[in-house]
Write a protein that binds this ligand. Structure first.
Ligand code: PLP
Length: 232
């Protein structure tokens, strides 16, 4: 925060950590926004993909925040249509006008055929959305177990598509090196967490794995990862 701060960017449920911000955490951020007259721009693309009964709360729902929030979401994650690039913005009319004014000079128009597909998705009953969430939770559980078996220290995510695991316990000192070699070693790809940080101190041995895959694919990954101990 400086004198020039105008906006807070908030992503919840969070990629890459899988954290779902709770009410108290959101209230702390809202307090700052209210005190300093800031707009909060939120990325809530994983809004429906929360696990173990955890609820996603848009910060716009907190008192005084509706007028100063720009809620952005997308069909990309809920409907497994990453790449379709169809999303939406919820905000007060003046903020929506600001967004459409800028967008006009960026991507200009949306992909109309994909919009029809996402519109069909948005008409699905809540029960179908719950099924999508529950099957993703099962996928998470398969990959969490597979990673734990290897001896990695696994952070179980509360939402989203990703698991962060510490490969330090495997004797690895660089997640970047580890991720470079992993596809060759066992045919599994992952992303070093260092790429998400300006200062990567403290995350040198953390790796992000995706579980947005069919269970058969995750099970195959599990059996390949099990061979990891012998290939290091
Ligand atoms: C937090 C977050 N926001 C936005 C996106 C992109 O969403 P879309 O494909 O709808 O642009 C992603 C996808 O990786 C994401 O993880």
């Amino acid at each position: 925060m400086t004198e020039r701060t105008k906006v807070i960017l908030l992503n919840t449920p969070h990629n890459p950590t899988g954290h779902v911000f709770g009410r108290e955490e959101l209230q702390q951020i809202a307090d700052v926004a209210l005190r300093h007259d800031l707009v909060v721009i939120t990325d809530e693309v994983y809004e429906h993909l929360t696990f173990d009964g955890r609820e996603h709360t848009p910060i716009a729902m907190l008192p005084g925040m509706r007028e100063r929030s720009i809620l952005i979401s997308s069909g990309g994650k809920t409907f497994a249509t990453t790449g379709w690039k169809v999303g939406w913005v919820c905000a007060s009319p003046d903020l929506v006008t600001a967004v459409t004014t800028v967008k006009q000079f960026l991507t200009f128009v949306g992909p109309a055929p994909m919009q029809r597909g996402i519109a069909a998705g948005l008409r699905l009953p809540d029960t179908r959305i719950a099924e999508i969430r529950d099957s993703l939770q099962r996928q998470r559980d398969v990959l969490v177990e597979a990673l734990e078996v290897t001896g990695m220290r696994v952070h179980v995510p509360e939402g989203g598509y990703f698991i962060v695991a510490d490969v330090g316990p495997l004797g690895v000192t660089s997640a970047i090196d580890f991720c470079r070699k992993l596809p060759e070693r066992v045919g599994v790809a992952a992303v070093p967490m260092t790429v998400f940080y300006r200062d990567a101190t403290g995350v040198e041995t953390l790796v992000r794995f995706a579980f947005s895959k069919r269970v058969e694919v995750l099970e195959e990954a599990a059996s390949r990862l099990a061979a990891l101990g012998t290939s290091i």
